[in-house]
Design a protein around this ligand. Structure first.
Ligand SMILES: Nc1ncnc2c1ncn2[C@@H]1O[C@H](COP(=O)(O)OP(=O)(O)OP(=O)(O)O)[C@@H](O)[C@H]1O
Length: 250
């Protein structure tokens, strides 16, 4: 079966205009396939390129070169590198969830509205989206008294859970996670990890970064190790990570 996501020779570098115009390479030719139901956790030292890879797939970063082929729900294969911005926005809304530790609020929009809007982008009508948003917020422990509030008043952990509710209001086909549990207390962390496991079980392809060994061991079907913007190793979590630490096994 064709992988849902197929990345080939992906590069990305940044030009430091404010320093001396120097180029900083972030990705140096990444090849990676992710299939439906697979959970691929990215590992590697700080600056290895993990977040840049997720952002290139979500197209928050425009890659320098290479291909990111994505098989859509209709079976069509599109190259996320080559799509126009409106086409990317449309595809994100329908099929791709991205959850980072930071919540991007929208001016004058309350929590329930923000999550329901993600549902409308996934093709739900307004009533269904509001019902689904309420269910997602309840499941993630966001009390009803917060639903009308603006996201700026939320704590870090609440923002992270609202982000997750929006990213998963209806199961995305591809879910990109960048440290989604970093600000959560143990109870909420448990709820979120359980939800991510259920999504994987339901066929969502997941590409993640966790700075949390236990989460990786529990959720990942494969660990991919990046170093200097290149994949240097991959395998199952027990072989790839040193037992009891996030250090990479040699
Ligand atoms: N917006 C940016 N502007 C300039 N350089 C950047 C930008 N984003 C990333 N980089 C550079 O690209 C390289 C890869 O960074 P990236 O954030 O992808 O690493 P990472 O593996 O996710 O690190 P960490 O584990 O610390 O989050 C680093 O050298 C970083 O400084």
């Amino acid at each position: 079966m064709r992988p849902m996501l197929s990345i080939r020779n992906l590069t990305k570098s940044f030009t430091l205009h404010t320093v001396d115009g120097r180029e900083v390479p972030a990705l140096a030719g990444v090849d990676l396939d992710v299939s439906a139901g697979e959970h691929v956790a990215l590992a590697g030292s700080s600056g290895a390129g993990k977040s840049s890879l997720l952002r290139c797939v979500y197209r928050t970063y425009v890659p320098g070169s290479g291909e990111i082929r994505f098989t859509t729900a209709t079976g069509a294969v599109v190259d996320l590198v080559a799509l126009s911005d409106p086409e990317v926005a449309d595809l994100r809304g329908r099929e791709i969830g991205y959850v980072s530790q930071f919540l991007r609020g929208e001016p004058r929009r309350g929590v329930l509205d923000l999550v329901a809007r993600a549902g409308v982008r996934r093709g739900m009508d307004t009533t269904t989206a509001r019902d689904a948003a309420a269910e997602a917020l309840r499941r993630l422990g966001i009390e009803e008294r917060l639903w009308a509030m603006h996201t700026t008043v939320l704590s870090g952990g609440q923002k992270q859970r609202v982000n997750l509710a929006a990213g998963t209001i209806s199961p995305p086909r591809l879910l990109l996670l960048d440290e989604p549990v970093s600000a959560l207390d143990p109870v909420n962390r448990e709820a979120v990890l359980g939800m991510i496991a259920d999504l994987g079980g339901g066929g969502t392809a997941v590409l993640s970064v966790f700075h949390d060994l236990e989460a990786i061991e529990r959720l990942a079907t494969r660990v991919v190790v990046l170093e200097g913007g290149l994949i240097v190793r991959q395998g199952d979590p027990s072989q790839t990570l040193r037992h009891g630490t996030l250090e990479v096994a040699r």
